[in-house]
Design a protein around this ligand. Structure first.
Ligand code: SF4
Ligand code: SF4
Length: 412
């Protein structure tokens, strides 16, 4: 048909007709191309990216966490023992131990209001510690796993949780040895077989001011709110006649992001934090271990997160201490993951006095939960082409290196 129209136009010297036809054809072509491109971005083309090794065979020693290494700085005997066991950390730790430290008045971003507010909140969390465990009611209520899981799910949302998951606890969820407070050096026994884990949202507004003081105010606040819910729910479970322990900030026997991943709440991204479907890394976690009956959540692994992190690298680019690797995901100690340089990250925290949070706040997954951002998160999850587009668009809209938001006058 096209050829006939072209031939007729030439034969009758109707070049205007030819011009109009060509224009229409180009327009049509462009429209078709646009349509096919659009379809390509919306088809469920998830790609074949998968992780083959996700679970560890070993347990992590809490004494190796930065918080533990910081805590023993005031105890010469503990320090001596620690560096005898882990001499590879000795020189590394000497570099950050001379810096002012978290919430210290000599830190470079010190601001009395936000620092003291965060300090007060952490002290309040510390006061919750004795309630993590407690007496169990001898009169057990018989309840089915379906009923209890459903009740906890609904109640936790009422209390402020964004998402909740249940799983059977695995060996690698637990620390091998404790590294904080009066239980320093104590072996962790796997006691309860079930885990209940939930997330609470961190406000984008405060987080976006990081590394300034409001970001650590927000961290502390969400550790407090998640901790309060965990303590309250653990107490409830004990009143029902089952054993339960709340794992909250400064008093974990386990690695909460691993429990959350296995309970289907998200995946571990480049910055080493849990990336949740609704809020990305902008969450805090708390866990309850218990022998109460629960129904484990069926985890549906979402490898689009790892694929997207392979493409993105925004957290690594923004990190002021270069602690986040820019390399693709790789096998480390038998598990495919990214490993951040904790010494570099913590050293920066000890310089500025806050927990920074720049990586969390710039992550494309961490934008506000609204129709547009939820649509982008949906696209990233479902389409490999959309992922590439999302990386570019995020840089165009928010900047490759977004600047921290200004701290409002009332907090200065
Ligand atoms: S900023 Fe990018 S690379 Fe980093 S965790 Fe978020 S999505 Fe992954
Ligand atoms: S908290 Fe700050 S210093 Fe630490 S990894 Fe994230 S961006 Fe880097």
């Amino acid at each position: 048909m096209t050829l006939i129209i072209i031939a007729l136009a030439f034969y009758n010297k109707m070049y205007v007709l030819l011009f109009l036809f060509m224009q229409n054809t180009y327009l049509e072509l462009i429209l078709w191309l646009a349509f096919f491109t659009l379809v390509l971005f919306f088809l469920p083309i998830k790609g074949s990216f998968k992780l083959s090794a996700e679970k560890s065979n070993s347990r992590f020693n809490e004494r190796n966490t930065m918080f533990s290494r910081n805590e023993i700085a005031t105890d010469a005997d503990l320090q001596q023992d620690y560096y005898k066991d882990f001499p590879e950390h000795d020189a590394l730790d000497k570099e950050w131990l001379i810096k002012p430290g978290l919430l210290d008045e000599k830190a470079s971003l010190y601001s009395a209001l936000s620092f003291k507010a965060a300090d007060a909140t952490f002290d309040t969390i510390g006061r919750l510690k004795p309630f993590a465990e407690g007496e169990v009611n001898v009169e057990k209520e018989e309840i089915s796993s379906i009923q209890l899981s459903s009740f906890l799910e609904k109640w936790s949302k009422k209390l402020g949780a964004v998402s909740i998951g249940f799983c059977e606890m695995q060996d690698y969820h637990f620390y091998s040895v404790r590294g904080r407070g009066d239980v320093y050096g104590k072996k962790v026994d796997r006691t309860y077989k079930n885990g209940i884990v939930f997330t609470v949202e961190m406000e984008e507004e405060f987080l976006s001011m990081g590394p300034a003081g409001p970001s650590i105010m927000e961290s502390a606040q969400r550790y407090l709110s998640s901790g309060t819910i965990a303590v309250q729910m653990a107490e409830f479970i004990r009143k029902m006649g089952y054993e339960a322990r709340a794992h909250i900030d400064g008093n974990y026997e386990l690695i909460a992001p691993l429990v959350a991943r296995d309970a289907g709440l998200g995946e571990l991204g480049r910055m080493g934090l849990l990336i949740t479907p609704k809020l990305g890394p902008r969450v805090r976690l708390a866990v309850i271990t218990t022998n109460a009956p629960i129904i484990p959540t069926v985890r549906k692994p979402d490898y689009s997160v790892h694929h997207f992190c392979n493409l993105c690298k925004k957290c690594a680019t923004i990190c002021p201490s270069n602690a986040i690797p820019k390399t693709p995901i790789a096998e480390i100690d038998g598990v495919q993951r990214w490993k951040i340089n904790h010494e570099k990250c913590y050293s920066y925290w000890c310089t500025v006095g806050t927990d920074c949070g720049r990586c969390m706040s710039v992550c494309p997954y961490a934008h506000k939960s609204n129709a547009l951002h939820n649509f982008v998160r949906w696209g990233i999850r479902n389409n490999i082409f959309f992922r590439r587009l999302a990386v570019v668009m995020d840089d165009i809209i928010y900047g490759k290196k977004p600047k921290p938001a200004k701290v409002p006058q009332w907090m200065l």
